[in-house]
Write a protein that binds this ligand. Structure first.
Ligand code: HPA
Length: 299
């Protein structure tokens, strides 16, 4: 018997927020989770979506099984650079963790209901706490490439019905699930490895091109700290499903509206990968918390 099964309760949890009629992953996600388990994957307590350039972190899981996303019969195949599109299920300090290496984006032509499939699959695998990561452009003049932003709220400039698939009750306000306690935990974890990190607001734009100088200025005035093209649909749906959510964004380029420079997808991937230790520190902190253990001396 899988010893992790005796320790963690993988039953779906009731959604928070009261007004949500859905709150559970769709049937397709549940069937995909069963397929994953039948193929040797394991259920998980912690879920992680690894954004641009961060996919390599999944190699650190022990006893891992790897499944190409499309073989789940549920996940779509990403064409974006740095998004391998695999599901990795494994153990970290004995805690079952599921990681998605990459995600799909609206700018690749995927419909809103497709963008949340990854988090629904993780929820169907039993995940209750989820770390969503991404690469972003920094909007604050004092930012440096490579620093981390623990996202505490967002501006959604795309706003389509991300959560329609989960049938929210009419008139219910969106309930993004950014968990303040987890943001604190994440920041503390990054400090332990001397990563530069701060709290911030993420602006979600459709892309695929980066912003104009005028747009960067506008976003800053609107109160955004970083800008990117992903994650918000996942945050909204994760909140609907009652998952505790923490978002960590790697600043891969800093907007300099008055001295613009060129950034390409390869630069973004390289910069994100270099910030991996800070992101990994957050994963470890979540795992220790899930196990109810104080962290070990070295992590
Ligand atoms: N804008 C939008 N998305 C991004 C950026 C950016 O400057 N950098 C990395 N992802």
């Amino acid at each position: 018997m899988d010893d992790a099964m005796t320790f963690y309760d993988f039953r779906p949890r009731a959604a928070k927020g009261g007004g949500c009629r859905g709150g559970a992953p769709r049937a397709g996600a549940v069937a995909a989770a069963e397929r994953v388990v039948a193929a040797g994957g394991r259920r998980a307590a912690i879920g992680v979506v690894l954004g641009t350039g961060l996919g390599g972190l999944a190699d650190r899981l022990g006893a891992a099984s790897v499944m190409p996303g499309h073989e789940t019969g549920w996940l779509a195949r990403s064409s974006a650079t740095g998004h391998a599109g695999r599901l990795v299920c494994g153990l970290l300090y004995g805690v079952p963790v599921a990681m998605l290496q990459g995600r799909v984006h609206g700018y690749e032509g995927f419909s809103p209901e497709t963008l949340s499939r990854g988090v629904e699959l993780l929820a169907a695998l039993g995940v209750r706490t989820i770390l969503l990561t991404n690469a972003s452009g920094g909007l604050r003049p004092d930012m440096r490439s490579g620093e981390l932003v623990v996202v505490t709220d967002h501006l959604d400039f795309v706003r389509r019905p991300w959560d329609a698939a989960l049938e929210p009750a009419e008139g219910v306000a969106p309930t993004p699930g950014y968990e303040p306690g987890l943001a604190d935990l994440a920041l503390e974890a990054t400090r332990r490895v001397d990563a530069v990190a701060r709290r911030g607001v993420y602006a979600f734009l459709s892309g695929p091109s980066y912003e104009t100088r005028a747009e960067y200025r506008m976003l800053r005035r609107f109160g955004a700290d970083v800008v990117g093209m992903s994650t918000v649909p996942e945050v909204v749906v994760a909140g609907r499903m009652g998952l505790e959510t923490v978002v960590c964004s790697v600043v891969t380029n800093v907007a300099r509206p008055d001295a613009p420079s060129l950034t390409d997808a390869e630069d973004v991937c390289r910069m994100a990968a270099a910030a991996g230790e800070g992101v990994w520190a957050i994963v470890e902190a979540l795992v220790h918390r899930a196990a109810g253990r104080p962290r070990c001396g070295s992590c």
